[in-house]
Design a protein around this ligand. Sequence first.
Ligand code: CAO
Length: 399
Amino acid sequence: MKEIELKIPNLGEAEDTEIIEISVKKGDKLCKNDPIIVLESEKAAMEVPSDFDGKIIEIKVKEGESVKEGTVFAVIEVEENQIHSVEKEEVQIIKKEGSVNEEKTQTIENNLTDFSGINAGPAVRKIARELEIDLNEIIGSGKNKMITKDDLKNFIHSNNNALKIEYADLKSLEIFGDYEILNQTKISKAGARNLTQSWNSIPHVSHFEEAEITKIEKQRKELNEVSAIKITPLAYIIKATSLALNEFPLMNSSLVGDGKVMIKKYINIGVAVNTDQGLVVPVIKDVNNLTIGKIAENILDISIKAREKKLMKDDINGSTFTISSLGEIGGTGFSPIINPPEVGILGVSRAKNVAKIDNEQLIKTIFLPFSLSYDHRVINGVDAGNFMSYIKRTIEKGL
Ligand code: CAO
């Protein structure tokens, strides 16, 4: 038997990751892949499973503690013969992560504003990159117009109103009666900050439309009779949206600088998933290359992962457009808030039966209401109208 220290793996978000649950205690026997702790970063909650069959000897962390990559969180006793096979797996994982990180670094560098020609020291550049501040917008007060840390701080303060969250005054409210205080999860708090920033910095406009889905509902029923997994109307909407994004690339873009719009050549759709930790937005990649069946599989996969806290960094990053469906819950329409740095988000409401006169006959049809909120700095009303009409036509003619 051998004692092994279990360490926090590379989760990409390690600097701001908190332990929200310890699922085992000293003396517990575990099998490989059994969850040991649950971590929560600003974007997702995720389980860290055991790499071994074994027995917990010691837990080295507490709930609520912040941890980062490499922190030892438990000691486990295992049979020695397990270690070699896991070591082999680890080498493969590390290699894989290495290549993902390289890719990621490159994407981040590509997405960043160009700082060439800017007179600023490495510390100022680092902070600007971390906070996604465009140094081109700051006039330096140092020698040769060098941007100093103070210049950066002043810039942040003067732009801070966009990030400020307004809170109600507890003291003035508590006089009216009994109450209780609920603590928001980290995901909900991060969501509140992101939504505030999005709402305060992006001029939102919403556009409402509806499509007759009688044809695709018939097709969906037929598919569901032979499909191993349930296909919901959302799979069709995601498919129609990906075709529309392909046709109207401006909607698949980000505003990356003054007058600079980055059109993305890939279509990754973020899907808002409701979980007991809050709203998370995992991403379905290269949607335009997927069939309806594959999209349905992906919806199921990401919603299970989100609800079981198994989303990893790669599952939640890189969306180019987002869809938020309240279809099951109801409502005739709503204005979703854009998920920056995207320029549009589609909201899906509940389908309804509508009686229609066709050839002097009263027939039953089904209509689906959907809405688009768009960034009016990039998209104008005509673009939005054309995009929505395209989705409507695509759905109505059948997919
Ligand atoms: N109209 C009518 N019924 C609909 C529908 C619509 N637009 N969309 C889905 N449904 C039906 C489905 O067909 C399914 O019916 P059956 O159970 O009878 O087969 C039922 O509603 C449940 O669907 P689902 O929720 O399991 O699956 P989905 O693909 O529609 O959605 C997901 C998946 C992950 C998006 C959803 O579960 C979810 O989390 N939605 C909430 C998202 C949210 O919170 N958005 C708000 C963000 S802003 O705060």
